[in-house]
Design a protein around this ligand. Structure first.
Ligand code: 4AD
Length: 575
């Protein structure tokens, strides 16, 4: 049989099954021609549009077919062989996949036939939470003679893994984690084979010690004898699986959009659980100090901390604001209730994005009657340290705090006390400039960055006191020793900066009126506040502590946004 000839035109040819390699329908590449027809045919090539024309020849010389050079042919043969091999491999993989799918379908169809039933001859299970280790009701079996307590637990699949015929499920219920072992038919049901993270389950079984050398929460594992996934309990899988929606690589903004899912993560839930404990500890400590909790209004018509951060809204036919602080209302409670406190939301229209500013935050505020400025500082130090003590007295909470902040140590007492004027000197000595880039001078507001640098270098809690009148709120009492400054305090913590702001309050009626005038605030709407100075005034003071900032410090969180449930800040009011 005569040797077949195939034509390759590198400019006008095409590597497609619509071509047949004749000079009318040439291919584009030699590799393709060899791939289709094998390397033993004859191949003629040309570049009809861009090919070089030998000196003195006509342009038509480009149209001459020339045999493919040997080296090019060798290369094309290798390329064609590699391509064939790759295609064979892909075909094999496809077949294997199809077979695996078919096998899996068969396994799943079989699995659907397995129906679990509870063995009623087993001891009646007791219902427990996953962190329950009460030895009065729970014994751990050893897998031999010593039987463990049969329990009924509810929770969601936090993690799962399969080892041959056995499935290990880590269940989570918000109180703790439990390792569950599914074996035999329990690991072969359709539900088991398709188990997804976050699926909610009811599981019954015997609690046993973990085998030597193995680790599990509370050193125990649940050997399941029965489980149910109730209607709706199965969590989404595939692309929609929780692991595909939130992971440690997900951007922070997306994590916040998906905060309802992020909150299920170990760190986020620990912060929220510590938050609950801290809030409870504040209530406990205030009760120890015989302070009364009150609940001032959130919808107000007066400002406390300057007009710039007021959220205004239409209150029926009048203008009103969301409260910036409950302080003024707390002051009015002193004559009737003694020392008071509240844990309420405060709202600030903060138009800057910083890691310590929220638009809505939890404000722990207290007001104390008949005190000196020194009493105020001592009280504040006591409350903060006692709250930490009470919080850390719960072993689970202590562990969570140490998981989040392994270097945490109880603050040293007494807290460092530093006057504003000393801080200015310190900043100058340490070459930390003010916001304009100049050395700090008396009267400057110490900006967030400078304040944080100073706190981080000093690296212990600081009571920064005696700020100049001009940079502090209108209601602050002047220092009798130095009328340029106020009896005011900010408590600064390493890593976060200011977490508390407080002061003695102006208690002289005329002086307060002069302060209103100086600030250009009409005192009329404040009659209920100024009357305090008309009907038995007293030296009193108080403070506000931002709960999210306290938590950011305690749990070593980069931002206060991760210390509240659904953070609100400039640009975010959802979900
Ligand atoms: O220093 P501030 O503005 O003081 C007051 O509101 C006083 N009237 C409180 C009082 O004496 N009863 O705020 C007090 C604390 C700050 O130290 C900070 O921890 C927190 O409230 N805070 C904020 N936290 C988060 N986001 C914001 N935008 C905050 N503004 C203040």
């Amino acid at each position: 049989m005569a040797e077949q000839t195939y034509y390759i035109d590198e400019d006008t040819g095409e590597d497609s099954s619509l071509q047949n390699g004749t000079d009318d329908l040439p291919y584009k590449s030699l590799a393709y021609a060899v791939y289709v027809h094998g390397g033993s045919a004859k191949f003629l090539t040309r570049k009809s549009l861009t090919g070089e024309i030998p000196e003195g020849a006509e342009a038509s010389a480009r149209l001459e077919w020339k045999p493919a050079p040997k080296s090019a042919l060798k290369k094309a043969v290798n390329m064609a062989a590699a391509r064939k091999k790759k295609e064979e491999k892909e075909q094999q993989q496809l077949e294997m996949r199809l077979k695996a799918d078919a096998d899996r379908k068969k396994v799943l169809d079989e699995a659907k036939k397995i129906v679990l039933t509870e063995d009623k001859s087993l001891p009646t299970p007791i219902r427990i939470k996953l962190d329950d280790t009460d030895p009065e009701k729970i014994q751990l079996g050893d897998g031999a003679e010593k039987k463990g307590t049969r329990v009924r637990v509810f929770g969601r699949v936090h993690r799962e893994r399969r080892q041959k015929e056995v499935m290990f499920v880590t269940l989570r219920d918000g109180y703790g984690f439990m390792q569950v072992i599914l074996q035999g038919d329990l690991a072969k049901t359709y539900d088991a084979l398709t188990l997804t993270r976050e699926t909610s389950m009811e599981i019954l079984g015997e609690l046993r010690e973990v085998p030597a050398g193995a680790h599990a929460p509370n050193n125990r594992e649940l050997h399941a004898d029965y489980y149910v996934i109730h209607a709706g309990g199965k969590a989404a899988g595939g692309d929609d699986a929780i692991t595909n929606r939130v992971s440690k690589d997900t951007e922070h903004a997306t994590l916040l959009d998906l905060r309802h899912l992020t909150l299920r993560g170990e760190n986020a839930s620990k912060v929220m659980i510590v938050r609950d404990a801290v809030e409870f500890a504040f209530n406990t400590v205030y009760k120890e100090l015989r302070m009364r909790k009150v609940s001032p209004p959130a919808l107000v018509q007066t400002q406390v901390e300057g007009g710039a951060t007021l959220f205004k809204f239409q209150y029926y036919t009048e203008e009103a604001y969301l409260t910036q602080s409950s302080q003024l209302y707390l002051e009015t409670c002193l004559p009737s209730m003694g020392d008071v406190y509240c844990i309420e939301k405060s709202f600030r229209a903060e138009k800057s994005l910083t890691r310590r500013h929220l638009s809505e935050y939890s404000h722990i505020e207290a007001e104390l009657d008949f005190i000196t400025f020194d009493d105020l500082l001592n009280h504040l130090e006591h409350v903060m340290c006692r709250v930490l003590e009470v919080t850390m007295s719960d072993p689970t909470i202590k562990q969570y705090i140490l998981d989040l902040n392994p270097e945490f140590q109880m603050p040293e007492r007494p807290f460092k006390r530093m006057k504003y004027s000393e801080a200015i000197d310190w900043l100058v000595e340490h070459n930390i400039p003010n916001e304009e880039g100049h050395p700090h001078k008396f009267g400057d507001d110490i900006a967030e960055a400078a304040e944080r640098r100073m706190t981080d270098i000093i690296n212990r809690p600081i009571f920064l006191t005696h700020f100049p009148t001009e940079i502090k709120a209108f209601y602050m009492q002047r220092d009798p020793q130095d009328p340029r400054v106020t009896e005011s305090v900010d408590c600064l913590m390493p890593g976060v900066g200011e977490i508390v702001g407080g002061s003695m309050r102006m208690y002289d009626y005329e002086e307060l009126m002069a302060a209103f005038a100086r600030e250009g605030i009409d005192p009329k709407p404040y009659y209920w506040y100024t009357d305090q100075r008309k009907y038995g005034s007293s030296p009193h003071g108080g403070y506000g502590l931002g709960l999210e900032r306290f938590l950011a410090w305690l749990c070593k969180q980069h931002t206060v946004r991760d210390c509240c449930l659904y953070p609100r800040y400039f640009g975010r009011c959802k979900p």
